[in-house]
Unconditional design. Structure first.
Ligand SMILES: CC(C)(COP(=O)(O)OP(=O)(O)OC[C@H]1O[C@@H](n2cnc3c(N)ncnc32)[C@H](O)[C@@H]1OP(=O)(O)O)[C@@H](O)C(=O)NCCC(=O)NCCS
Length: 146
C-alpha cells in the first residue's frame, strides 16, 4: 500500500468524471491556487484523485478527494489523504468541507469546527461560500502537538 504515489494532473475529463461519479463538486475546479493529483499504484494504475486549494498564507482546503470505487476499503483513502497533505506547506492548517463523509475524516484525524472558528480565507472559497450546502461539515486536521 505504501507504494502509492501522487502525480500532478491538470483538470481533465478523467478527473471530472471521477468526481462527478462520486457526487463531488466540479463547478469550481479551475483556478491557479489549486493543484490536483492522481493517485497511482505500484502497477501504474490510477486509483483515485485529490486536490489542494491554497487559502491565504497559512491554510489550505483539502478537496476533490476520491478513491475509485473498485479500490475502496483497502486503506487507500487514508493513504491518499496523507500523501495529499504532504503537498501542503508544512505549517499550513488543513481544512475540508464534507456533506456525508465526516465520519471517515474523523476516523483519520480530522475534527469538526464551527464556522466562526474557520479562517475567512477558507470561508471565502467557492466551496464554502456558495457551492456546499450550509449543512456541510467543516473539518480541520488535528495535528499532534509538536
Ligand atoms: C471516502 C473515501 C475516500 C474513503 O476511501 P477508502 O479507500 O474506502 O477508505 P480507507 O479504506 O482508507 O478507510 C480508512 C479507514 O476509514 C474507515 N472508513 C472508510 N470509509 C468510512 C466512512 N464513510 N465512515 C467512517 N469510516 C470510514 C475505514 O473503515 C478505515 O478504518 P480502519 O483504518 O480502522 O480500518 C471513499 O469512500 C470515496 O472516494 N468516497 C467518495 C468520494 C468522497 O466522499 N470523498 C470525500 C469528499 S469530502
Amino acid at each position: 500500500m505504501r507504494q502509492l504515489r501522487l502525480e500532478p494532473v491538470p483538470v481533465s475529463d478523467n478527473l471530472r468524471a471521477a468526481l462527478t461519479a462520486a457526487g463531488l463538486l466540479v463547478d469550481d475546479l479551475d483556478g491557479s491556487d489549486r493543484d490536483y493529483f492522481v493517485c497511482v499504484d505500484a502497477e501504474g494504475r490510477a486509483i483515485g484523485y485529490s486536490g489542494i486549494e491554497a487559502c491565504g498564507d497559512d491554510s489550505v482546503l483539502l478537496r476533490s478527494l476520491v478513491i475509485l470505487p473498485a479500490h475502496r476499503s483497502r486503506g487507500h483513502g487514508r493513504h491518499l489523504v496523507e500523501l495529499t497533505i504532504e503537498k501542503a506547506p508544512p505549517s499550513a492548517d488543513v481544512y475540508l468541507a464534507t456533506a456525508n463523509t465526516a465520519s471517515f475524516f474523523e476516523h483519520i484525524g480530522f475534527a469538526s469546527v464551527e464556522r466562526d472558528e474557520v479562517p475567512s480565507a477558507i470561508l471565502a472559497t467557492r466551496q464554502l461560500s456558495g457551492l456546499c450546502p450550509a449543512s456541510a461539515t467543516i473539518m480541520k486536521l488535528s495535528k499532534p502537538p509538536t
